[in-house]
Every structure is written in C-alpha cells, then in structure tokens.
Design a protein around this ligand. Structure first.
Ligand code: BG6
Length: 515
C-alpha cells in the first residue's frame, strides 16, 4: 500500500512527521554568491525572489548574499541596488525589518572571472561570513553568466578552495541556461562543470519547472483516476505545446541574435513540458525516479521527417501589437540588419513508445505573437460514430483538454453539449478550472521555488545533464536543417506566426489552436 493510502496518515501529528509536505520547508544555514549579479535576470528575478523567500520566513536569519561582478561597486551601493530591485520586483510586501536583516548579510566582491586575487578575496569574504554570520561553510554559487565564462569561474572556485565541500558543509552550483548551443557544446560544458562539482551538487535551472501550473501536470496525471485511461494514442489525436509571447527582442540582441527561438525555448522549456505530459508514472516522487522517467521519454523522442514538411520558422517583421506599431527584428537595436535568427520556431515530434505511437507532438514558440500564452492542448480523436444528422453537429469540434500554464492559470475541457431547444443540435462548450477562483493562496514565483529547492538540496525540479543532452539530441537535426537555408520567413508582428507553420499542420489535416 502506498503511503498516502495508509488510513492512519490523516492522524499523524504533522509536527512530528518530517515527511509531511505541508510543513514549510526552511533552508538551513548558508549563503549564495551570484555571478552576473549586475545582469537583467538577477535584477528582475533572482534578487526579488531571495527577498520574497526571506519575507516568507523560509531563509535562515543568518543568510548571506554575495554579489560578484566587474563593476566598481561598494557594499553600500550594492545594497541599494538590491533594495531597488526588491522594491521594483518582489511579489510580497516590502517590510523594513525583513529587509534590514537581509541587508546585513549583503556583500559585494569586485573582480573579473579570471582574476586570482579577486577570487581569493571572495574566499576571504565567505570565510568571514561563516565566522561572523553563521553561514557554516554552506555556499551556493549562482552562475547567471554566459556559458563562455563557466570554465573560468569553475576553475577559480576550485583553485580558491571554494568548490570542494567539507565533511560538514555543502557547496552547490546553480546554472542558468543556455547549456550550450548544441549537443557537442552541452557535453563539453557538462564535462567542465562536473570536473569541479559532482553532478549531485549541480542544479540546472529551467524556470518553467518552478511554475506551479507545470508541477500540476504531475498532480493531475498521477493523483487522479479520471485522465489516465484517456492519456494515450487510443484517444489522443495530437498534442500542441505553445509558448507564445507578445514581447519583442529590443535590448536582448547580445543574447538572442544567433541563438533563436528553438534554442532559447524549445530545447529547454517546451521539451520539459513534453516530458512531463508524456512520461510514465514514476515509482516514487523522488528526484531520481522523476528524472528517470523524463529521461526515458526524451530518449524515445525524435523529430518527424522530412523536416521540410514538419518544421517551420519565422522572423517578426514590423507590425501592430495591439494599438502599438512595432519594429521588425532586423530594425531592433543591436540586431544584424541581415540577421537570420528565427523568432518563431515550430516542430513536429514523435515519441516511440506504445503509449504515444502515431500521436504527433507539435511544439511552437515565438516572439511578437498575438498574445502571451503558454498552454498544452491534448486534442482528442473524434468520436468513431455520431448518431446524429450532419446538420446537428456542424459546430462540434474535437474534444480537448487544455492545461493553461500562464496566464489565467487553469485547465479547460472542451466537449460537445446539446444546445437548448427543440432540436438535437450539438455544439462545443468549455468547462474551466481556474487557479485564481479555486485557491486563495498566491502561487510563489518560479525562482522562489527553485532557489529554495537548491538551498534545500531538493533536485526534483532541475533537469539533469542527461536530460539537457537528450534535448539537444532531439533538436540538433532541426537546427542543422535550418542552418544555411537563408532567412526565415517574415511574419508581421502581432500575428500568429509564419504561413509555413499553418501549412505544416494543414498537411496533416489539423490546425493550430488560437488561444
Ligand atoms: C526565458 C527565455 O527562458 O523565458 C526568454 O530566454 C523568455 O526569451 C522567457 O522571454 C519567458 O519566461 P516566462 O516565465 O515569462 O514565460
């Protein structure tokens, strides 16, 4: 009998039960060093998330936050920088006493990534904090820096004695994407990182896994009896995984030009969503078992051929985003006027398993599309027989279940229903579950969850190096196919992508959902 079925479970005193997932999980003594702390991600996401955790009482009083960067910033300046980031981006209310306690542990070390002396100073600062603040030698290093800098930083952490854990403390590294630009470069990065940090101390961030709605895919699938019988090729016609954004890429040329939508989003976020939707039930909810099931499904996944017919890519041209006239990618500041970078990517994948044989998974993502929405739509086969006259079912589409990852988080079921009246007319209706209406608690930000999990050594929501490499193996042929084929097709900003993406589905007699 599984643990949650034990009749006595409801009677155990939660305060005595360390397994009770309802108890707040509070990080033990420790601190975090952020490399790339002057960057956009740290300002918008990481620093606010750290404050939110402190505000929720989930960080220890002794928590220390050390910024490392090239700028000539004093401790005081860095402190005010963090405060500004927190007041601008935190989810929870600003409370002076929480801020003051956090600010006491804030430090800045100036240096480049290959500077021996600066890393020795960093080692001195951490040792001092261990003694004065009680961080106990437990440090997480957050690499929010381009992967070109990983080798230097890993080498320096190692050289300065900061990477190796002692018998009574821990050292971890948290890595932001991109994990390489193809399979070969990802392997090389993993090799470099693993030379210094054992795999069990490496936490790779895919912030989609930190989203509540993404974790709910597992709850829905494996805590219910309702869906599982339908979750296979007998009933599902195809799956559409969409991550659409309305924003453009102004200001992000340095990162994005030459990278493109497939590497930026499909390789990580969308393939992780696919893995969660398609994997088998893990034998336990432990990091190892979850990762094992994701790996199995990624291993069985490949791009459907021929790629000329099963993929599509585009680049946004000038257009209208609502009432705003916006520029095309090649007019955006910093982008090459001849840029061939795709801002829209779509591909067709198949999963070679009994459960999913013959069910295409269509993945698409793009910038400057009609609106911001991430969703997973399971589109069902039509009923094998309809005992109605054709005229009665003209407005009946395929049944669908749509997991809305964001915004308007929830789950929608679409099915046919009789239209009230004296004839048997059947039309699509929606049944909608909305997080906002069903729960009063506000969901934490993805980065709050992931930073806390890394501090707690809870690895379930972090892709392993094997998952990262398998994802590149799936995507590499598509990217290689596109390379050297000139510029992607233009699509006007504010639309739903290039015409070739519509043709890609039309060939199979299907259409994209218009969320
Ligand atoms: C990032 C991508 O990983 O995810 C960005 O690099 C994208 O290009 C972002 O805008 C979207 O994240 P979210 O959480 O807003 O959907």
């Amino acid at each position: 009998m599984r643990e949650h079925q034990t009749p006595a479970a409801g009677w155990t005193n939660p305060l005595r039960d360390p397994q009770d997932k309802r108890l707040p999980r509070i990080a033990g003594p420790g601190g975090m060093v952020i490399f790339g702390v002057t960057g956009d991600l740290a300002r918008r996401k990481l620093l606010p998330a750290i404050y939110d955790l402190a505000n929720r009482g989930l960080l220890p009083a002794s928590f220390a936050l050390v910024g490392y960067g090239r700028r000539d910033w004093s401790k005081e300046y860095f402190e005010s920088y963090v405060r500004d980031a927190v007041t601008a981006g935190a989810r929870t209310p600003f409370r002076e006493h929480v801020w003051r306690r956090l600010a006491e542990g804030i430090h800045f070390v100036r240096g480049t990534f290959d500077d021996d002396a600066a890393f020795d100073r960093l080692a001195g600062t951490l040792a001092e904090l261990d003694a004065s603040r009680g961080t106990a030698g437990n440090w997480a290093y957050y690499l929010s820096i381009p992967p070109d800098n990983f080798p230097d930083v890993c080498h320096q952490l190692d050289r300065a004695g900061l990477a190796a854990a002692g018998p009574d403390n821990w050292r971890r590294v948290i890595i932001e994407k991109p994990f390489g630009h193809d399979l070969a470069s990802a392997r090389e990065l993993n090799r470099i990182v693993n030379q210094v940090f054992p795999e069990s101390s490496v936490f790779r961030i895919d912030h989609y896994l930190g989203k509540e709605t993404v974790q709910n895919i597992l709850a829905m699938r494996f805590a219910n009896q309702l869906f599982d019988p339908l979750w296979n090729s007998h009933y599902i016609d195809h799956v559409q995984i969409t991550m659409a954004e309305d924003i453009g890429l102004g200001g992000r040329a340095g990162y994005y030009d030459g990278i493109g939508a497939a590497r930026d989003v499909i390789q990580n976020h969308l393939l992780q969503l696919l893995a969660l939707v398609a994997m088998e039930e893990p034998i336990a909810f432990t990091p190892e078992e979850l990762q094992a099931e994701k790996v199995k499904v990624l291993r069985a996944t490949e791009a459907v051929r021929p790629l000329s017919k099963t993929t599509a890519r585009g680049q946004y041209a000038a257009g209208w985003q609502g009432s705003h006239q916006v520029r095309g990618l090649r007019e955006e500041e910093g982008f090459d006027a001849e840029s061939t970078t795709e801002t829209y990517a779509a591909c067709t994948l198949q999963i070679n398993s009994r459960r999913w044989a013959g069910v295409p998974f269509y993945l698409r993502t793009g910038k400057r599309l009609g609106r911001r929405v991430t969703e997973i739509a399971l589109v069902f086969k039509t009923a094998p027989h309809l005992p109605f006259a054709d005229t009665m079912t003209q407005a009946l589409g395929a049944n669908a279940m749509v997991i809305r990852v964001q915004p308007d988080e929830g789950v929608l079921m679409r099915f046919g229903s009789k239209v009230p009246g004296s004839t048997m007319e059947v039309r699509d209706v929606n049944m909608d579950f909305s997080y906002a209406e069903s729960f009063t608690e506000q969901a934490p930000e993805a980065y709050e969850r992931l930073i806390l999990d890394a501090l707690l050594d809870e690895a379930s929501l972090f892709p392993t190096n094997e998952e990262v490499e398998l994802s590149w193996r799936i995507l590499d042929p598509v990217i290689e196919y596109w390379a050297g084929r000139g510029r992607p097709e233009d699509y006007p900003a504010g639309t739903w992508g290039p015409a070739s993406a519509d043709r890609m589905l039309a060939r199979a007699g299907r259409t994209w959902r218009r969320p």
